[in-house]
Design a protein around this ligand. Sequence first.
Ligand SMILES: Cc1cc2nc3c(=O)[nH]c(=O)nc-3n(C[C@H](O)[C@H](O)[C@H](O)COP(=O)(O)OP(=O)(O)OC[C@H]3O[C@@H](n4cnc5c(N)ncnc54)[C@H](O)[C@@H]3O)c2cc1C
Length: 416
Amino acid sequence: MDRVQGGQAQAGRAQEVAASGAADELRDLPGADFFGYEALLSDVERAKLAELRGFLAREVAPYAEEWWNRAEFPAHILPKLAALELSTPVQRGYSNLFAGIVIAEITRADTSLATFFLVHHDLFVESLYEFGSEDQRSRLLADAASLRTTGAFALTEPNHGSDVAGGMETSARRVSGGDEGDYWVLNGAKRWIGNGTFCDYMLVWARDEADGAIRGFIVDATLPGVSRSRIENKIALRTVQNADIVFTDVRVAEADRFAGISSFEDTNELLRGSRIMVAWQAVGQQLAAFDVARQYAVERRQFGRPLAKFQLVQQQLVTMLGNAVASTGMMVRIAQLEDAGAADMPQVALAKSYASARMRETVAMGRSLLGGNGIVTDYRMAKIFADAEAIYTYEGSFEINTLIAGRAVTGVSAIV
Ligand SMILES: Cc1cc2nc3c(=O)[nH]c(=O)nc-3n(C[C@H](O)[C@H](O)[C@H](O)COP(=O)(O)OP(=O)(O)OC[C@H]3O[C@@H](n4cnc5c(N)ncnc54)[C@H](O)[C@@H]3O)c2cc1C
């Protein structure tokens, strides 16, 4: 089990744990995968998962609170992360279940790192696979997959979040001929773009001035006319560098347009894939909350006995675990449907809304189980609690995913 790390407070608590013998008690307890879903992975996948866990325990968990407190992205760990060769695992022959468990497991150690991972791999790299031309793939894919370059996905705008498909204001105007060949001129603004402050490339979605269709462009972040500023003062995912980005007469070569995109519908499959990964994040967030709360309940003593001995504490722990297990169960089935090649899948919207609602309950219980210590990041739970809020909102908010599922089961849209 992860230990709370960082600073003198940590050293003090570690000594307390050693003195109380609680660490031994914890060693004999079952893990948060109470129903044994990991047994559905292949031997190769389980070995890879163990390797990932080793990396997370060594390189991420001990420092994650420090990065979060300072709102700093740990760029120095990217070569080691890349060495695990986990970019777009399904393209490498792993199952969709494994791909989801990878995201849950990274989230369990640090939600922000998982968000970096899925923005870069599940949105940027995956888009190159899905929509990139031969030329674009040969120019960009190898460096991106091995994290020598990083990418972002720029869809949301200051005035359009949930309604961005219909409301997108960022414009693209095609200019034909000239010495430099055909190019496009982009104007507009994007908001909340993860990795946006440091990425090398961003996928920018814009409306074609000629026919109103949504088009996708690979934009080199250093092009003249691109200006990016970090969103400050966040209370969630502080390690993720979200940016406001403004495009002023940015010239993008026709060779950098995704020829395969001619409407917003074309991006839907991509967004469905990343929505699945965000639902897996809601699973990982609950596993993390359970890990920390259970450890605390076993170690912390009040009224002369461990918190774990109180019935109300056990009830909350079991509710948290039940939420995590139920959310995982839904995601396991989603992974099976993906493996079977299912299309559309309105189940994804239900899974995202259900898992994120359960997550909010789970992290709130976890926060309360740690008492006052639940509001300081030294004890991990405060960060888990706060980061859950981003998961609740992005990749389709709880409400929007609920309404997508509602539309599927009633045949009537209540979104507009
Ligand atoms: C930490 C973080 C990282 C992000 N990363 C990225 C990124 O990398 N790239 C990117 O493009 N975007 C990113 N986003 C943006 C994210 O996808 C949007 O925040 C999300 O789509 C919601 O849009 P909004 O924030 O504008 O809220 P709004 O759409 O303004 O919604 C506000 C509230 O109204 C509700 N609401 C809206 N419409 C309806 C309706 N019809 N019925 C009922 N309720 C409704 C919403 O559910 C929400 O509760 C990120 C966001 C966050 C917070």
